[in-house]
Design a protein around this ligand. Sequence first.
Ligand SMILES: NC(=O)c1ccc[n+]([C@@H]2O[C@H](COP(=O)([O-])OP(=O)(O)OC[C@H]3O[C@@H](n4cnc5c(N)ncnc54)[C@H](OP(=O)(O)O)[C@@H]3O)[C@@H](O)[C@H]2O)c1
Length: 343
Amino acid sequence: MDIEIGILGATGFTGCELVGLLLRHPRAKIAWLSSESQPGTAYGKVYPQFLGRLSPAVEKMRSFEDVKNTRPDVVFSCLPHGASAECAAPFLANGKTIVIDLSADFRLKDAKAYAEAYAHTHPLPHLLPESRYGLSEVHAAAIKGAKLIANPGCYPTSALLPLFPLIRDGIVSPDGIIIDSKSGVSGAGKKATETTHYVNANESVMAYGVGDKHRHRWEIIEQLSLAAGRKLDLLFTAHLIPMERGILSTIYCDFAAGMDGAAADACLKKQYADSDFVRLREDFPRTGDVKHTNFCHIKSYQPAGSRKLIIVSVIDNMVKGASGQALQNMNIALGLPAALGLA
Ligand SMILES: NC(=O)c1ccc[n+]([C@@H]2O[C@H](COP(=O)([O-])OP(=O)(O)OC[C@H]3O[C@@H](n4cnc5c(N)ncnc54)[C@H](OP(=O)(O)O)[C@@H]3O)[C@@H](O)[C@H]2O)c1
């Protein structure tokens, strides 16, 4: 049977990526695409790569007002944080629809941390306990059957896939972790800004959200505190680099007492031996290796004579870091093979 799907904010980058993925999914049927700025406009006019590929009933985008009382099987929200929670609410209330939110609105369990990270109070804090954090490979059991899934942030996905099992299993110390990440410009969404404008971003690299400032730091801390069984702190710095898509994270951490590089490799192998989308590499991965895919490639390395572990992890921010993982989470939530339509 078809899975009926609505996409809120379909005109954005992650919405566009999701439409492309859904058209290749054997069970997915797009029921509607929504846009607030261009309702009534044909999707193929906004994204010509979809001309003639959507059914006539779906081709023209609808407003939120027009779709909010519909009851598709799944709604993906590709809206900015703040707006996303409010637009998800009617679907959560209808008793049928699974909501998969690509924004940050349901990622943090702690509404105080949300307010600190996003500089506004959470619009619907009573819904936070209901959400399941959608790091597919780590939380699959909790995602199965869930009605509200918070799709992880792009940077957190690249950092948590290696770090979560290493901390949970006591291989690396929860203290003193440093995450240094680089992202392509699509991570900032469709609207060009002073920073993401081609003229300013091309042939230039910049650090932003340095150390304790980036919003995704709160998310990484909350998840790794869960893995450690106690509150931890860490430093995270993001960089904007002149490429279209991709994230590379370099992570520095200290081994726990008695642990070493071989223990780290064994832990990651145990976690990901049968994984559909995580690959452990002998050499250091490049973002180009995972471009346009739902894969995460990881290499862990203990430098000679050092008590530190260095991890390099790469993903495509738009796929594994957003729409691909969202689709993987839909599959898991519905009890379908996680890689259906994605491999
Ligand atoms: N880009 C990434 O790599 C990435 C990765 C992980 C997560 N995310 C998250 O996923 C969400 C979507 O990201 P994106 O990159 O697709 O963003 P985007 O390209 O900026 O698209 C967001 C869409 O939401 C709609 N929108 C914008 N402001 C709105 C508002 N105030 N109220 C209602 N709708 C609004 C717009 O569509 P209309 O004007 O047509 O309605 C816009 O096209 C964000 O929360 C983002 O943080 C993005």
